[in-house]
Design a protein around this ligand. Sequence first.
Ligand SMILES: Cc1cc2nc3c(=O)[nH]c(=O)nc-3n(C[C@H](O)[C@H](O)[C@H](O)COP(=O)(O)OP(=O)(O)OC[C@H]3O[C@@H](n4cnc5c(N)ncnc54)[C@H](O)[C@@H]3O)c2cc1C
Length: 591
Amino acid sequence: MTSLSPARTGGTTGSGGGSPAERLDERLGDPDAPGTLFSYANCAVLDEREEFPARVCGLLDAMGFARNYVPAALGGDLENYQDTLQLMRVLARRDLTVAIAHGKTYLGAIAAWVGADPAQAAWLAAEVRAGRVVSWALTERDHGSDLLSGEVTAEPYAGGYRLSGEKWLINNATRGQVICVLARTGPERGPRSFGLFLVDKRRLPPGTWHPLPKVPTLGIRGADISGIAFSAAPLPGDALVGAPGAGLEIVLKSLQLTRTMCASLSLGAGDQALRLAGEFTAERRLSNRRLTEFPHTRRMIAEVFADLLLAEAVSIVGSRSVQALTGELSVVSAVTKYLVPTIVDEMITTSRDILGARALLTGVHAHGTFQKLERDHRIVAIFDGSAHVNLASLITQFPAIARAHRDGLTDEAGLAEAVTLSGPLRGLDTGRLRLMTRTGCSLLSGLPADFGAASLPAAVRPLAARLCEISAALHRELAEVRPSSDAMPAEAFSLAERYTVCYAGAACLWLWSRNRRWAASSAVSALWSDGRWLDACLRRVLARLGDTPPGGDDVFDGLHEVLVRRRDAGHLPSLLPHRLAGGDVPWEEGR
Ligand SMILES: Cc1cc2nc3c(=O)[nH]c(=O)nc-3n(C[C@H](O)[C@H](O)[C@H](O)COP(=O)(O)OP(=O)(O)OC[C@H]3O[C@@H](n4cnc5c(N)ncnc54)[C@H](O)[C@@H]3O)c2cc1C
């Protein structure tokens, strides 16, 4: 097996054989080529048949891809969350069903990396490395995101537990060998009444459990979305992860890691949307002109590209923050899980407008991939915490966020690590995860009012200054909110949405200012030169904040030009260097 192990700095170099993500892409082969197993065409056929992508998952297993779900300290390749984000994005860029079906094991195992004792963690690590499927069962039919109302019970019995009840809408509940189950261990309502159990289905006596039927879904149709019912299923005492009563806390901390990494699914979907819309505008002729020759269409494509870069900036900083700003991940993960799928949903909507009728046709254009993408991506905003859940989580943290901002409290070393792409990342210490941030959010608290006035390109300075003003005013508003879990004020949700957008703008500013020298000598230099992408992204940020800056035609035209050049040279449209396997279909040359 060729190792897919990550580079310490986050796979940004693109040299010496490429980043781990480039190498994976290369090994998977050209997704447009007829002989490639993990191809767009094959995935479209499987979706049509609602068939589980077993052969593609088998290919990933044969490559040892699941090693990326296991921390290096436990014998896996998971060392750097930014690399894992980009690796998962490679899968999602080809097909979300595969990424979600295979990647579920990462979600299922994560609670063990956060809360299990060394022996349990080592056992699960060996299972995952050997290709066993692990699923994660939190949700119940009558209690979606309301985990506190869960009714599955684990009753203490003969030194172990007896597990009873039903978990429903569980990814890989039927196919998985191991399932990590959140269950009530005490009758009283409250966060300390739950335990988390690693349930090895292979060891359960027959008749004590059964899988529930596959639930037909609008998107990711081939995935095993089913459930599992237990009836006094006996569990050994060592199935319990962490201390008795600590189950919900472990889940909430683990969700910070999974919510951040869900961004990889949306980024891959965003890559697909841009690819499909871009290729279409290059080949479609109307009134004897190609669609790209219409300024409005070019602008739409450029805005979709700018939004992808914005989502990518948030995701890169988020994934690096897992290690660099672990104590603030309660904020960072909620921002990332709310904003990245939201932006990509909007990109998909704009791409649908561009594609017109072909967005709706199943077999006519590009294997009908677009209508599949549109259906598939809808799930990302729902599972692992809906938009509402993530915004509510931010609202409960408003007091700490506002206080840290007022006092200028910033973890400077952590911030520098999170935003400096060529720098090393410390190892993840899960002991530093907090249910609520104590230090606010360094990315925004550390944003000086005159951010890099001298070092930013002249055209970008007024945009940056405006963002800093809006962010300062917003933080004053956050300080006025008194969150209560009983009734969150409705206006607080729009403040939380605005907060996530300010975070995105700050991520762009930090990334550009800390990496422009590195980028100048990399394969992405054209995108970074003169702050081209930064200008476009800040315009998109300000527009989202209701403050659309004047002009911008030249900025977006310039961005469109870079996009086309990068695509025609066989590179992924991204802030980071990434040569595509097969290069994809050119948009300009040879047409
Ligand atoms: C394809 C798929 C795969 C899944 N895989 C898994 C899995 O592997 N493991 C697992 O455990 N679960 C899984 N789920 C379940 C998923 O996590 C839940 O569906 C999700 O938590 C949301 O729950 P819900 O939509 O059922 O509804 P609810 O939580 O009942 O929410 C309904 C609506 O109310 C909103 N809402 C929620 N709380 C509040 C509130 N306090 N105030 C006001 N509005 C609120 C929500 O945002 C939503 O709009 C999966 C679901 C799907 C569709």
